[in-house]
Design a protein around this ligand. Structure first.
Ligand code: SAM
Length: 174
């Protein structure tokens, strides 16, 4: 069964905004994963967070579970890291949604909203320093204590696509 709503206005914690569509999730998960640490930020609530990684210059920290510390070897020479994290406060059943800051409805996979079947977020962050199992970074947009999934070096040579476009977003800004 597909759940839709005609209610307008801000969604409640479990509510839907007008025209949003939720679908029932599959009966079981296909994989499991490890939270390998936590991201510590100044923001306690979703509403306080930057909308994206470039919106704040706040220095935040990634606290890696010490069991994985060997995995940081070599990372000290890296200027920017891709941080993958788990948006643990997001619902997972919306396929069509109206994000708080846009209001226009779009398919989940056309958006960077944390609300998705697998609420995996990514940011490219500047790596300031590594002290033991703690990384200081600039460029993250999650609430304090958000679970960490992975850290990878950002390669400008292969990860950067300078002429990439998101048509609906460009139109919206005009
Ligand atoms: C638009 S998402 C972008 C996330 C990531 N930069 C990306 O592109 O995948 C960022 C927003 O997610 C929300 N958010 C932050 N931490 C969250 C969490 N732990 N669970 C659910 N939502 C979160 C906040 O409203 C924040 O402004």
């Amino acid at each position: 069964m597909v759940e839709t709503t005609k209610n307008d206005g801000p969604a409640g914690e479990e509510g839907l905004r007008e025209g949003e569509v939720a679908v029932p999730p599959p009966a079981q998960f296909d994989a499991s994963l490890y939270f390998i640490g936590r991201i510590r930020t100044p923001w306690k609530r979703r509403e306080e967070c930057p909308k994206n990684a470039r919106e704040s210059e706040a220095v935040c920290t990634v606290e890696l579970d010490p069991r994985w510390i060997e995995g940081l070897k070599g990372l000290e020479s890296v200027s920017h890291v891709i941080v993958l994290y788990w948006m643990d406060k997001a619902r997972r059943d919306l396929v069509f949604q109206a994000p708080r800051d846009y209001r226009e409805r779009r398919g989940t996979f056309a958006l960077r909203s944390p609300v998705r079947p697998n609420p995996i977020a990514l940011s490219v962050a500047r790596l300031l320093r590594i002290e033991g199992n703690t990384l200081s970074i600039v460029g993250i947009d999650c609430v304090d204590n958000t679970p960490l999934l992975d850290i990878k070096p950002y390669f400008a040579s292969t990860d950067s696509v300078p002429d990439a476009a998101v048509g609906w977003h460009a139109k919206r800004k005009r």
